[in-house]
Design a binder for this molecule. Structure first.
Ligand code: TMP
Length: 224
């Protein structure tokens, strides 16, 4: 951590969350460009992944049959991947004063495994406590949209890149994805000071503007 006029400064940690097809990847690129134009060269990364071991775990989880892993096994694997990502990449960057913008983090384990897959809030919280000392982002942007529209977008994306696989969660059925959406909204209700829900049904530019406004307001940056 760096010191300036007696105050400890560290990098900021922003996460984007949401269901399938919410447009996170596009928006992360936009946000990183906007931050760079303000003299903040943020690093972008993703979960599960972002570090070599974590990317290897990703391959195990996002491909294959739906019942390959149960809710607890998924939560353990996601959290193991996160442990390495935090230790090797996120914490060193923040301690060096760099900003990180991450595509998904522990709110995804809470929403997917805790709410949608039925594990419950407490086991997910306990795992995050054990693995990463309950580390939380400074700001979490939850991209929200109706389940059917998100899944349609995600499957159109899949058909543009046939064979890319990575669709194990997309295949989990409408009820799973409805619980998932409600889970993310409930997380935002639990932690309104950290989370901002963004309407992701609007066009790319409108969503990008809403994200910039939230970042500027919550993290005290100039808007223009
Ligand atoms: P992505 O498609 O957004 O890259 O994420 C990969 C999949 O992994 C996505 O379907 C959500 C799922 N996931 C979980 O179920 N739990 C988690 O903790 C994370 C990070 C992702």
């Amino acid at each position: 951590m760096s010191e300036s006029s007696g105050k400890t400064i560290r990098g900021r940690f922003i996460t984007l969350e949401g269901g399938e097809g919410a447009g996170k990847s596009t928006q992360i690129g936009r946000l990183a460009d906007w931050l760079a134009a303000r003299g903040i060269p943020a690093e972008t990364t993703r979960e599960p992944g972002g570090a070599p071991g974590a990317e290897a775990i990703r391959t195990l989880i996002v491909n294959g049959s739906i019942d390959r892993w149960d809710a607890m096994a998924e939560a353990l694997l996601m959290t193991a991947a996160r442990r390495m990502h935090v230790e090797q990449r996120i914490r060193p960057a923040l301690e060096a004063g760099r900003w990180i913008v991450c595509d998904r983090f522990s709110d995804s384990t809470m929403a997917y495994q805790g709410y949608a897959h039925g594990l419950g809030r407490q086991p997910v919280e306990q795992l995050q406590q054990i693995a990463i000392a309950g580390m939380k982002p400074d700001l979490t942007l939850i991209l929200d949209m109706p389940v059917e529209a998100g899944l349609a977008r995600a499957s159109a994306r899949g058909s543009q890149a046939p064979g890319s696989g990575e669709d194990r969660f997309e295949r989990m059925g409408l009820d799973f994805h409805r619980r998932l959406r409600e889970g993310f909204l409930d997380i935002a209700r639990h932690e309104p000071e950290r989370c901002v829900v963004i309407d992701a049904t609007a066009d790319i530019e409108t969503v990008a503007t809403a994200i910039r406004d939230a970042v500027a307001t919550r993290l005290g940056l100039e808007r223009s």
